[in-house]
Design a protein around this ligand. Sequence first.
Ligand code: GLN
Length: 390
Amino acid sequence: FKSRLPSVGTTIFTTMSALAAEHEAINLGQGFPDFPCDRALIEEVNSAMLANHNQYPPMIGIKGLRDGVAQKITTLYGHAYDPDSEITITAGGTQAIMTAILACVSPGDEVIIIEPAYDSYRPSIELAGGIPIAVSLMVHRDEQGQVNSYAIPWDALTNAINKNTRLLIINTPHNPTGMVWKSSDLERLAQLLKNTNVLVMSDEVYEHMVYDGQQHHSIAGNPALASRSFLISSFGKTYHVTGWKIGYIAAPQSMMQEFRKVHQFNVFTVNTPMQYALAVYLKNEQHYLSLPHFYQAKREFFRNGLKDTDFKLSPTPASYFQCADYTGLKIPQAKSNEADFCTWLTTEVGVAAIPVSAFYKQPVESGVIRFCFAKQEQTLHTALQRLQSI
Ligand code: GLN
């Protein structure tokens, strides 16, 4: 069998979740909450099903939900997408990413990604026949070698852009580092792309998890970028329902038209009752406005628990991930590569994490792993006890 993706194995998130289940480890690997979503949201799904909303919805998603998304984006970021021609409901962020790439990348086109990068970008580009061009996020460290901030690699980005560049993928807040793009960064990107035909895909699935009083800056808030960008977000992340596989994509009409050509034959459409439920639920902005406070408390709890260990914590300005450097642990495993360390941590310590090397094509071994802190306090407490005992 001639593989279309010869260098791709099983995604790290599936691999680590399976290993965690096999060894009954606490799964701080794959990003998903272990607490329930709001019962009222489930009741809305129930009502939608009982009201016979169980057949195919419109291909692009039900109007009520697209209207709600358009309204939310306008309120938060100030850009008015037309819900009928510029917004489509997708089967999660990952489907939106793949479909958008298939819709705009032709064989030989170059697509710039910034590594560490979510692991679906590269295979999606390769399936389209595109050429992934990776530039590395800049990591600033203090004298002890501890990460104190991340920065956009402007020089590398500038050098990577040429006449073959079709698309640039950005991700803010960033998985796995939690780095956020400031509005001045978006402005600088708009300037950089000004005289090019480069499109942008902005993966903003962690948009409502930004801490310390900071704001999320969406490409939707930058008119020059919005006019050339796909904007992707996820209800699964925001409403604690990652298993529902539902999100959305917004883009100017000409781009959305092409997206829908692929979407209709890719998934056709997305399950109906959840769309009705989310359409009702989205009207209450309180839920997503309260997320920063909710997750910041979990971040503090988790970071505090690791304070007196030999893990060195990277800053987490956003997202529900905490990156930690394990190379200072006074055990032989501190010298292992990240994947081996995560396997050991899962099987012997009982806590699963994700090796950050999985976010690179050529694994960069910096001794850093990613924990997800979207867990109940009791889960984090037990995981911390285990990590403290190393
Ligand atoms: N985005 C999630 C993470 O980084 C996982 C999504 C997935 O498993 N496909 O953990």
